[in-house]
Design a protein around this ligand. Structure first.
Ligand code: DGY
Length: 330
């Protein structure tokens, strides 16, 4: 029997490509250049499944490609705001993602950005590398203390909880959070986390604010000028979630006005574009969407995504289906 055809839009870790080759008739992207809309549409017409990554835009138009054959869009990533899930549902296309495997490492990066921003690591490195460091002195590059401070989490799902654990047990931080889905009493107690009734209440009381909500129409520009103005003077904003959650122009204005003390950002509104005004700021640490960029994790993500496709082909519910309503499997 012919193997099902799967188009993989970007280069995957080698072991994952080998595994996919054994299971499927795969079309790989050896050049690793993003596919144009026409190439994605051809994949939707010719393949049984599409394996995109979070940088590929899977639009309503693409999902409604005339003569579509693909039954699954198996996203290589936990976030799936790159996919029009409503259009996928309307067109009967199964969408899957890769949760769990990247939780701990994304949390590690959130802490990295928190420490690097507070302790002025980027600025210090730039000074040293440019040969401008003149030696130790008592008033050189004084930073914001991290341990024992209050960390406010907007969203306390898997990654938010992993950040809370690190901050509370590793750095003795007080954890406060807002999430429409509160922690159970036992979970809150274990993390020493206190729920606040509103986002504003978290912003008012935090020295650090870390964003851990998904990108949805409701969370778009959740951090805008009004909310940034609610943050404590000198406090630091961390974003490892999605660029859309922050109004970048408002953030730049808040940083320029000194409304907040700094920002550590791994995600941006118009990736890979990063505004020059952010790049120019010393009190901002910027990383290029590296939350899950760890060798072991990218292998696990690849296995997860292949498992999702294989399950659908075998007639099983994919383990990480985000729109199970479209499946009428018995
Ligand atoms: C995800 O999986 O959503 C991450 O942002 C990719 O690193």
């Amino acid at each position: 029997m012919a193997k099902p055809k799967v188009v993989i839009t970007r280069k995957l870790p080698a072991a994952a490509e080998e595994r996919a080759k054994k299971l499927f008739d795969v079309e790989l992207n050896a050049s690793d250049v993003p596919l144009e809309a026409a190439a994605l549409a051809r994949a939707m017409r010719e393949a049984d499944g599409l394996l995109p990554c979070v940088a590929d835009k899977i639009t309503a138009e693409l999902l409604a490609t005339p003569g579509r054959k693909a039954r699954i869009v198996a996203n290589y990533g936990v976030g799936y705001n790159n996919i029009d899930v409503a259009a996928a549902k309307a067109n009967g296309v199964v969408v899957t993602n890769t949760p769990d495997v990247l939780t701990e490492d994304t949390a590690d990066l959130a802490l990295t950005l928190m420490l690097a921003t507070a302790r002025r690591v980027g600025e210090g490195e730039r000074e040293l590398r440019s040969g401008k460091w003149t030696g130790w002195r008592p008033t050189h590059m004084l930073a914001t203390q991290v341990h024992g401070k209050t960390l406010g989490l907007i969203g306390i799902g898997r990654i938010g909880r992993a950040v809370a654990r690190r901050a509370h047990f590793g750095f003795g931080m007080k954890i406060i959070y807002h999430d429409p889905y509160p922690l159970s009493e036992a979970e809150a107690q274990a993390l020493g986390a206190e729920r606040k009734d509103s986002i504003e209440a978290v912003l008012n009381a935090s020295d650090f604010v870390s964003l851990h909500c998904p990108a949805t129409p409701e969370t778009r520009h959740l951090m805008n000028a009004a909310r940034l103005a609610q943050m404590r003077k000198g406090s630091i904003l961390i974003n490892t979630a999605r660029g859309d959650v922050v109004n970048e122009n408002d953030l730049i204005a808040a940083l320029q006005a000194g409304t907040i003390g700094g920002a550590g950002l791994d995600v941006f509104e118009r990736e890979p574009l990063v505004p020059a005004a952010l790049v120019a700021r010393e009190n901002v640490v910027l990383t290029p969407h590296l939350g899950s960029a760890v060798m072991e994790v990218r292998d696990l993500m690849a296995n997860t995504v292949v498992d999702n496709i294989q399950a659908l082909i075998d007639g099983r519910m994919p383990p990480n289906c985000v729109n199970p309503q479209v499946l009428k499997l018995s």
